[in-house]
Design a protein around this ligand. Structure first.
Ligand code: AMP
Ligand code: MG
Length: 514
């Protein structure tokens, strides 16, 4: 693509505020992998790119200049209208099981990896455009993304990051000035996504489906070097790598469970090898606690319901272990030994998940030490919340006040259809708290760091998206980002953001919105 030099005719006003060059210092390690791992191609330009939002703090942490990213040239680059110096855009090949059915070729059908940058934390990060046009992997799709899904991913991924959950990030959102055609006509947008990498379980399945054992080995070596360097020194590097992916996923899913987060589409192509939450589609945070909750309009069987996420993760990781069998067998000495190695690795998921989940729930209840009856106390509360349709986030946040004294009970109790269900549980909880000799202020303060007041509640997300789509009003979106990136604070002025949806505004379905 041509890169016209924009500097000569830039008016003096923007000369001061808008830099005419944007330095990314791209590295392109993925582009050094064999050609069959991806397709090289530039993003497809859009009609009229316009900045929606740049993530100033993230940009700085990546060593990028946020003003430059927000400038005309920055917006041209991050809309796909200009290829930055040093970028080698490509679409990555991958496969995947979608709702249990294997698709041997998916791939980046509407995304371009621009390259990698080194963060201030020393990490390597992919810079990817999502919604950047058709690729050889597009199948019937238009290669584009709607404004709604782009803003949703921006809000929810930034909320997750602020909540301390490993996740891809949103660096910039731009409007394309084009219309896209879905059930209705929608404004188009492009999201610049930052990820530790875009390696997925499905990336390994792509080579498995082709009987390409050498591809699996090269991909595993790349993943080890990038995400699990300690595995390279181990006796059995590939087994150690699999152990590492399983450990990170067990911890990640436990974090989701402790926050009431529902991914919505845990297909194998949406599970990251690095252990980050990736591909925010019809995701949502649960309000009334019910493990059977599903938001995705495409998940009719409830395959990826809140309470099924552990099973879905194990299912996906089993597919990863299968794809790795050629290298596991080789390093274990035989096919049989390879299968045994895979099974042993997979068996570690449940205990690690359970340990991470109970540790998280202990923190949420303010329990510092480990006692025999803790799990029962936790499960008892969850059962009572389910039976009484208590709001998941608010119940735990209000327990922080209840931990200070019984005066806090009223607010927590009022969330239960039958308030006595809370009262009788709280008696046992208080007795248990006495076993930990922690000053109550200290306990409550610690609990506040595990129990957010602000999550991106679905009706608030919808409100922000609708204002942007219908009225080009991005103020609710900006405000919501501000709120959800301060999840653990108490701010009386933001009280409405803590509350569940009023009945008429309840969102029961979110749409994939591809
Ligand atoms: P997702 O549902 O976003 O996880 O995507 C699943 C697969 O469909 C991936 O291969 C995507 O690249 C592809 N895809 C989703 N939406 C589109 C679109 N609008 N155009 C082309 N490919 C798409
Ligand atoms: Mg996906």
């Amino acid at each position: 693509m041509s890169s016209p030099d924009p500097s000569p005719n830039t008016p003096p006003t923007s000369f001061l505020s808008a830099p005419s060059t944007v330095r990314f210092d791209f590295e392109n390690t993925y582009a050094r992998l064999p050609e069959r791992f991806y397709v090289r191609l530039d993003p497809t330009p859009v009609a009229a790119p316009r900045l929606i939002k740049v993530n100033v703090e993230l940009a700085r942490n990546l060593g990028l200049d946020p003003d430059a990213l927000a400038s005309e040239v920055g917006v041209e680059i991050l809309s796909g209208n200009r290829v930055a110096e040093g970028s080698e855009p490509l679409a990555i090949a991958y496969a995947g099981h979608q709702f249990g059915y294997f698709v041997p070729q998916l791939g980046d059908g509407r995304a371009n990896l621009l390259g990698e940058v080194m963060g201030r934390d020393g990490g390597r990060y992919d810079i990817q455009l999502k919604g950047s046009g058709r690729t050889p992997f597009s199948r019937g799709g238009d290669g584009r993304a709607g404004l709604g899904p782009v803003l949703r991913e921006y809000i929810v991924s930034e909320a997750m990051a602020a909540l301390g959950v490993p996740t891809t990030r949103a660096l910039e959102a731009v409007a394309t000035g084009e219309r896209i055609f879905r059930e209705t006509i929608l404004p188009g947008a492009v999201l610049t996504r930052v990820a530790s990498s875009h390696l997925r379980v499905g990336t390994f399945q792509y080579f498995e489906a082709r009987g390409d054992a050498e591809g699996i080995r090269e991909l595993a070596d790349y993943a080890i070097a990038r995400h699990y360097p300690e595995a390279a020194q181990a006796d059995q590097p590939y087994r150690t790598f699999l152990d590492g992916v399983i450990a990170r996923q067990a911890k990640l899913i436990a974090q989701w469970m402790c926050l009431g987060f529902i991914h919505g589409v845990m297909n194998t192509d949406n599970m990251s090898i690095s252990g980050e939450t990736i591909d925010y589609g019809p995701c949502a945070f649960m309000e009334e606690y019910d493990p059977a909750t599903v938001f995705s309009s495409i998940d009719r069987q409830g395959r990826y319901a809140y309470g099924n996420q552990r099973l879905a993760a194990v299912w996906n990781l089993t597919r990863l272990a299968e794809a790795l069998l050629p290298v596991l067998a080789q390093e274990a000495g035989s096919e049989e030994a390879g299968i045994a190695s895979a099974k042993a690795a997979l068996a570690a998921f449940d205990p690690q998940f359970s340990a991470a989940r109970i540790a998280g729930l202990r923190r949420k209840l303010g329990l510092v030490t480990e006692h025999e009856g803790d799990a029962a106390l936790v499960e008892d509360l969850l059962e009572r919340m389910a039976a009484n349709r208590a709001d998941f986030t608010l119940t735990f946040r209000r327990l922080c006040d209840a931990a200070l004294g019984e005066e806090g009970d009223l607010a927590a109790q009022s969330l239960f259809a039958d308030p006595t269900a809370y009262d009788s549980w709280a008696v046992g909880w208080r007795r248990r708290l006495e076993a930990d000799s922690v000053p109550k202020e200290e306990r409550a303060a610690a609990m506040r760091l595990s129990n957010p007041s602000f999550i991106p509640r679905n009706h608030l997300v919808e409100e922000a998206l609708n204002a942007a789509i219908l009225h080009q009003d991005f103020q609710p979106f900006e405000q919501l980002i501000d709120v959800v990136t301060h999840p653990y604070e108490d701010r009386p002025a933001w009280e409405r953001y803590t509350l569940p949806a009023p009945p008429q505004e309840r969102v029961t379905k979110t749409f994939c919105g591809t």
